[in-house]
Design a protein around this ligand. Structure first.
Ligand SMILES: [Zn+2]
Length: 343
């Protein structure tokens, strides 16, 4: 960010739809503060989780707290994420949250990382945040950016934006560094971003004039890139063939919409393969719930329906003595079902 007097939205040459849903009213997008606290503790477990992720595809993303911002485009105009763009807030998490919630600011980012290690999210990664859309003397060594600009692609369609609490020139706290390292690794793994300095950039490389100090001299480029050096993004997925997707080649993380995750404690994203409903009238819900009146009911499935599953929690509301709920793949419509209803 660094200059909260001007938009980082940029031009919209291909006329993407602007958001139609209002995050403040859609229950799937309401802010939740129920994720496990991540402040102050040791962060080594997260590093271990990410290291394990490249082998087992398990990443605990329940530490990311959804906030939501109306300032974004839906989708990425048929572009894919190729880079991470880092920013400094020139303020606090709270002040930035207020600014991103304000439609008139026309500014947002996907994520924010606090000095105490908290991670907040305002825009779904499949959507384009308004973080770095004004090219001014862009870094011409970035081929993906140059090629995109030639094709009138707004840089916001190619990037995931991460804001960082604090002011330009300030050093990061250890918690802040560890959290942004974790977030970088998560995004590199999930969106297959190349972990080098051409694909992990600063706002100043898009907007060299007005954003020259974003993220500024305090940003730990050298340490971050040292930690990411040799960090392997997963091998490219095999080209899918016709027919059912084999469970062990599912790009499981990229299929999970954040709306299923936010506010649900203890979610583990993991490819559970295919399972069958073992009871009639099995309720599928927007989040684990036993209520008949809270609006979480999505649909009802018949016995013997086969579904793919992409995650679970052991911390849902207990039913028949079990707190285990399973997350249905978005390939099969998404939603949560109690573990006892699946064989
Ligand atoms: Zn910035």
């Amino acid at each position: 960010m660094t200059n909260p007097t001007a938009s980082d939205k940029g031009s919209n040459p291909n006329n993407q739809p602007t958001p139609t849903s209002d995050e403040y009213q859609n229950p799937d997008y309401q802010a939740t503060d129920t994720a496990a606290s991540v402040g102050g503790g040791s962060f080594s477990p997260f590093g271990a989780a990410v290291a394990a992720a490249t082998n087992s595809q398990k990443i605990d993303i329940s530490r990311i707290v959804w906030k939501g911002s109306p300032n974004h485009w839906v989708g990425r105009d048929n572009q894919k994420v190729v880079a991470i763009c880092n920013h400094i807030m020139q303020g606090t998490m709270e002040s930035t949250n207020g600014w991103f919630k304000n439609r008139r600011s026309e500014v947002s980012a996907h994520f924010g990382v606090a000095k105490d290690g908290r991670i907040w999210q305002w825009v779904r990664v499949p959507d384009a945040a308004w973080g770095n859309g004004i090219p001014e003397n862009p870094d011409t060594s970035l081929d993906w950016l140059v090629d995109g600009l030639k094709g009138q692609v707004n840089p916001n369609n190619l990037t995931v934006s991460i804001e960082h609490e604090g002011n330009t020139g300030e050093a990061f706290t250890e918690q802040q560094f560890q959290s942004t390292l974790w977030l970088h690794k998560y995004l590199i793994t999930t969106y297959k971003i190349v972990p080098d300095r051409k694909h992990i950039i600063g706002h100043y490389q898009v907007s060299a004039r007005s954003r020259a100090n974003c993220p500024g001299k305090g940003f730990p480029w050298q340490r971050l890139m040292n930690e990411l050096a040799g960090y392997q993004s997963p091998a490219p997925e095999p080209v899918p063939v016709a027919g059912p997707v084999s469970s062990n080649t599912n790009p499981v993380n990229s299929l999970v919409d954040m709306k299923w995750i936010q506010g649900v404690p203890g979610v583990i994203i993991s490819d559970l393969g295919t399972r069958t409903v073992n009871t009639n009238n099995a309720y599928v819900r927007t989040k684990p719930s036993l209520s008949g009146t809270d609006g979480t009911l999505l649909r009802v499935l018949p016995k013997s329906k086969t579904l793919r599953f992409t995650g679970y929690t052991e911390a849902g509301p207990a039913f028949r003595g079990s707190m285990r709920w399973l997350l249905i793949s978005d390939l099969d419509g998404g939603g949560w079902i109690h573990g006892s209803m699946v064989g």
